[in-house]
Design a protein around this ligand. Sequence first.
Ligand SMILES: [Fe+2]
Length: 259
Amino acid sequence: MTKLMIVGDVHGDFSFASAVCRTAEGEGITDIIQVGDFGIWDHLPDGVYFLDQLSLNAERRGVNWTFVAGNHENYDRLENYAEVGELRDADGMVKVRPFIRWTGRTNVWNQAGLRMGAFGGAYSIDRHSRTPGRSWWWQEFPTDTDLNNLEAQVALLPVDVLFTHDSPTSLPTWDGFYKDDRASEQSRTYMDHAYTIARPTTWFHGHYHRKLEYKHFGADVYGLGCNYDAQPMYGMGKQAATAVFDTETHEVKFSTQLL
Ligand SMILES: [Fe+2]
């Protein structure tokens, strides 16, 4: 039986991410997949510390991180990493640190006996209070080129599990739901297209900092909460930020705490 740890938005929170490593080790899990707003912010010293220390921590705990990019990542830095040819691994992913790899904007790969797909990006509703190139990057938004690339990678063979930062349009809303603007809906529409291309049976996403379970056509969709320190900021009760995914039964167990 292989289990994977699926993790919601980390936002560069080292203490949360290192607790994820510790919990994964405790459960005998070696692979962690993170669904965006991971914390690529290494134009600043804190961001370099986060990546360096997390990779060391992952090595010590015997775990590997794979992340999809969210909206709050430094895409200029990601593109720099992607351009360094030797940083690509056999799955076509970009090694950001020895134990941390980025899926790339889109990807299809095999892991734990399953065919996995990734489709990153989302819209930042707070982009107007951010500074381009310092705290906001235009490359955050999914594109038609991304869909074309995903289509080429899928090559007509459905994936088992899809990892995205944003949700499909089937996202159930709740009291106080605020990402109801046109651009956010457009980003979710890109996710719908990614679904049509990849046709997963299981789908994980982040972005809403909230535990969610719903259906999008034939897929069981799971939304995850974010790093615990940031949760009060969003005015909601404690949300499950991690889930353990059994790759044989496809059972998903959410957790609201770490070891
Ligand atoms: Fe986030």
